[in-house]
Design a protein around this ligand. Structure first.
Ligand code: FES
Length: 481
């Protein structure tokens, strides 16, 4: 086993091959811009310098380890060189942190205060470059803030393999630009370059100037956009930073979605569909229970649904592939004996979206088909004409395809025309209002947490199912709102 000394402390190198990797794995801080654990090493930002005792200063990201080598991460020569590099990197930078979306998450801002902290020593006017360059429909580029680390270029070459971005010109005229004849719009993973940009050069149009990041907090969750089940973070306003001038929806909405690194599922990446989840979650919600289209109390709707269940002969359930593991088990335990159950897709691929690829995107656009099919089988839904009651849980069912005259009990979350066409409609909560787990297509179980308040008039499916099967059940239990 190879060992090296970092700041006089002996550390084992494990599988790592460079000083930077060993240092980070053992809790030593070394600043870095261009290095990223998933990308190739280019060694162009030069802030990761360390001192190899007896050999001088060099960049840690490309310094191979050798048994017994002694490295200093914070010696005087190291600090002096980092300070000089930061002066150089900031030479033409606008230092407009006050209006930059990256402020609060910017490595350049952090390193400047850590290793430089002084105003520019150059007396020359800063060189200006392109502001708001439209890199795609989703991303704009501020070339004055760009430090040319090339992470974004390498991402499109090595991870998404769209080969969309390149560097043109030389010296202080160098620019990140789309490669000729290519568009970043064609890369379904393009928004990852916003995350890996160490400064505020690459900006999301949908999040631009929406919130300072220190007003937000992340909640761990799972992307429901396909059967991969990528782990994500939903960013929403901290309770103490909700504003009286904003309505409830704006105070509690999900402002952005970022990847939550998970080596077993998605690594540090997610696709653009996951970034767009706020649009899906912002659709108008159904919060009113209905009986043949007429508003009724939640309790009344549950009572009527129980009556339908008791009276019907042949019953079929179309089970949601967006239900959590907990909800699916609650359905099986409470109502499994009442119904012949089939798992249905709630969502199908949208026109124009990438249906499947060999990185993350799966053709099944539902997060929990695997768990649902483990409980209820893989058979396609068959609803005999003499069926008397169909329970529809979630989206994706055209009521026009159900047997004529059949009673419909519909459990849904969104304001849809079908709600009023059901005999009984019961509004249920969505993923961001409750906690639970999904099982992805490979059998990996991932948890999600609540990050939005429960809507009035809405009940958790997990709470509802036992009430539907219990004689005289009451909706006043936990989770009912
Ligand atoms: Fe080593 Fe950029 S991180 S040179």
């Amino acid at each position: 086993m190879t060992a090296i000394f970092i700041n006089g402390q002996s550390v084992e190198t494990g599988d790592h091959t460079t000083v930077l990797q060993v240092a980070l794995a053992n809790g030593f801080h070394i600043p870095h811009f261009c290095w990223h654990p998933e990308l190739s090493v280019v060694g162009n930002c030069r802030v990761c310098v360390v001192e190899h005792e007896g050999r001088g200063v060099g960049i840690a990201c490309n310094m191979p380890i050798s048994d017994g080598m002694r490295v200093l991460t914070d010696s005087e020569p190291v600090r002096a060189q980092r300070k000089a590099m930061l002066q150089f990197i900031l030479l033409n930078h606008p230092v407009d942190c006050g209006i930059c979306d990256k402020a609060g998450e910017c490595s350049l801002q952090d390193y400047h205060y850590e290793y430089n902290g002084e105003t520019a020593i150059s007396g020359d006017a800063k060189l200006h470059s392109t502001k708001f360059f439209p890199l795609s429909e989703r991303i704009i580029l501020d070339n004055e803030r760009c430090i040319l680390c090339s992470r974004c270029v390498r991402f499109t070459r090595e991870i998404s393999k769209s080969n969309v971005l390149g560097l043109e010109n030389r010296g202080d005229s160098m620019l990140v630009r789309p490669a000729e004849g290519r568009s970043l719009d064609d890369d379904p993973y393009s928004d990852n370059v916003i995350d890996i940009c160490p400064v505020g050069a690459l900006l999301s149009r949908s999040f631009l100037y929406q919130a300072r990041v220190w007003y937000l907090e992340p909640t761990p969750s799972v992307c429901p956009g396909c059967a991969r089940g990528c782990t994500v973070q939903f960013w929403h306003r901290k309770a103490e930073w909700r504003l009286s001038g904003l309505d409830e929806r704006h105070n509690t909405r999900v402002h952005r979605v970022t990847a939550l690194e998970n080596p077993r599922v998605n690594g540090p990446w997610i696709c653009n569909k996951g970034r767009d989840l706020p649009e899906l979650l912002d659709r108008p919600r159904a919060t009113q229970a209905l009986q043949k289209g007429a508003p009724v109390s939640l309790m009344q709707a549950i009572e009527t649904a129980r009556g339908l269940l008791d009276q019907a002969g042949k019953r079929v359930a179309l089970v949601s592939s967006w239900g959590s593991n907990e909800e699916l088990r609650a359905f099986r335990n409470s109502l499994g004996d009442y119904f012949t159950s089939f798992v249905k897709p709630d969502h199908l691929p949208l026109e124009g979206e990438v249906v499947e690829d060999d990185l993350l995107i799966r053709a099944d656009k539902n997060p929990n088909t695997r768990a649902a099919q483990d409980l209820f089988g893989t058979a396609a839904a068959e609803i005999p004409d003499d069926t008397e009651l169909v329970l529809v849980w979630g989206e994706g069912v055209d009521f026009g395809t159900l047997p004529r005259g059949v009673k419909i009990l519909f459990l849904g979350s969104w304001l849809l025309p079908e709600n009023g066409h059901a005999d009984v409609f019961i509004p249920i909560s969505i993923q961001t209002e409750r906690r639970g787990h999904y099982t992805n297509f490979e059998g990996v179980v991932s948890p999600f947490e609540a990050c939005q308040p429960h809507r009035d008039g809405v009940i958790d499916a997990e709470t509802l199912f036992p009430l539907l099967s219990a004689p005289g059940g009451s909706a006043s239990g936990g989770g009912a709102a």
